[in-house]
Design a protein around this ligand. Structure first.
Ligand code: HEC
Length: 136
């Protein structure tokens, strides 16, 4: 009886591992290329060159989430590091991270500068992106 359960358990494990993999790929694609489930992700604000460049978070926050200085016209701004350690130290949890990405507010309620686009993401895309950020 117990012996017959193993194949089922195996199938469930393989299925969930495969699913996790594709969610991570989706999160990585959003982060690196700004492409979600469909085409280009939409956002409000952000520098005008971003629409031409058609990029994701990495163009400003760095491929490994290390942070970068970004340019908008004659102005420069610093895109902070987004590694999981840094985000935790800044007081972010899942809820406040979503607020920063979508509404442009940090954990204390401060408005992030207009350089930081306000992203429009589906629930699935947000979860996948947050899952990917945890790997940085
Ligand atoms: C055009 C450049 C640019 C892009 C693209 C961009 N950001 Fe930002 N982001 C910024 C800047 C600049 C700040 C700092 C704003 C401030 O402190 O006022 C910031 C701040 C943040 C913060 C707040 C960090 C903190 O320490 O409080 C988070 C979280 C964040 N960005 C996530 C993302 C994610 C996720 C993406 C991709 C979906 C993304 N950003 C894409 C420029 C960018």
């Amino acid at each position: 009886m117990t012996g017959r359960r193993w194949p089922l358990l195996w199938v469930a494990l393989v299925a969930s591992a495969g699913c996790g993999q594709s969610e991570l790929e989706l999160g990585e694609r959003i982060y690196l290329q700004g492409r979600g489930e469909g085409a280009r992700l939409d956002y409000r604000q952000g520098p005008t060159w971003l629409a031409r460049a058609g990029q994701g978070c990495a163009v400003c926050h760095g491929v490994e989430g290390q942070g970068r200085v970004v340019q908008a016209g004659t102005l420069t701004g610093a895109a902070p590091a987004l590694t999981s350690d840094v985000l935790k130290a800044r007081g972010y949890d899942k809820q406040s991270l979503r607020r920063a990405i979508v509404d442009g507010l940090d954990p204390s309620g401060r408005q992030l500068s207009y350089y930081m686009p306000r992203w429009i993401l589906s629930d699935r895309e947000m979860l996948a992106l947050q899952g990917f950020l945890e790997t940085l």
